[in-house]
Design a protein around this ligand. Sequence first.
Ligand SMILES: Cc1ncc(C[n+]2csc(CCOP(=O)(O)OP(=O)(O)O)c2C)c(N)n1
Length: 390
Amino acid sequence: MTVERTAPRGKPRRAATKKTTTAAARRRPPRPEMVQLLTPEGERVEHPDYALETTPEQLRGLYRDMVLTRRFDAEATALQRQGELGLWPSLLGQEAAQIGSGRALRDDDYVFPTYREHGVAWCRGVDPTLLLGMFRGVNHGGWDPTTNNFHLYTIVIGSQALHATGYAMGVAKDGADVAVVAYFGDGASSQGDVAEAFTFAAVYNAPVVFFCQNNQWAISEPTERQTRVPLYQRAAGYGFPGVRVDGNDVLAVLAVTRAAAEHVRTGQGPMLVEAFTYRMGAHTTSDDPTRYRRKEELEVWEGKDPILRLRRCLERESAADEAFFADLERESDVMARRVREAIRTMPDPDGMAMFEHTYADGHALVDEERAQYAAYVASFADHEHGHEGV
Ligand SMILES: Cc1ncc(C[n+]2csc(CCOP(=O)(O)OP(=O)(O)O)c2C)c(N)n1
């Protein structure tokens, strides 16, 4: 398998001349266009549709976001290994896709994430320590979605595409000029929920950006087992535009998402962005990717590391000095310490709290269940009391 194959193994196209075309080239389908503004060597390139002006300060800001997000993620992975978290889905390798798209949005836009959007959460201003509660099993979310217009993480694959579409339809009815963004993965694109969301969003002209991070794998299923066409081309079948962007190029992701958000805000209907990227770590800490993917594939993508790429650009353009990198290193250490302290002081939940947020108002059945549970818990107290001293 070649790591960048994005279209199905179809009938080979006829070679123009036998002399100039190798057998391997004949077997390879044409590579779909992908928006790129920064090469893996960190060189800026122009794209006719996605011009992007940046100041050195903005470049440093994007770099800082990616470095801190990666450090937070590494810390959370280590905490899981130390038994502090039940599970952790790492975003390693997807920093550019998340920071580029997250920084393209306005505060009044609204985001529906999946469970791996730690970088987007960072851009929305969610305190990173709040992301850990659900994975420690002490709460069902951890943050108030209305504070940062960032919905709770969704583990049911693809369902949030429907939530986002419904929300976007409501926003449109209210006449607000905001963008709603649904994040999901390549695997989620196989879910009925995503297909239904595409249909509804298209026919109701809903202001929703479908942001697919194609990280090449849905646990152990490669993208080629999810689709016979490049994912961004699916949008055409529903009647809205789709674009593929180099998901390891933070500048291209920023420019493309900014344009997509403006497209939906201005009433032109939904848009699909496919960020072509790679999950460099395991699917979650419960997964062992060496069971299903080759190390050569990982090595190819390590050469396209999104953080290294922007660092090379900063150095080429003399946009950051050694002091900047050293300060950032110190800032990362401080954040890591804060994350570890937050875990140690995170309180266990009050069991009774689970009855609190089921309905906005009271409900007779919930009251009954609460009473039953309270009696059950109290029975342990009696039991312990009765056996005191035994
Ligand atoms: C409805 C549903 N089916 C199956 C699962 C189990 N599951 C968890 S993650 C995952 C793969 C998702 O892959 P993708 O959408 O590409 O996102 P990624 O994890 O790669 O970011 C599956 C099948 C689930 N959580 N929900």
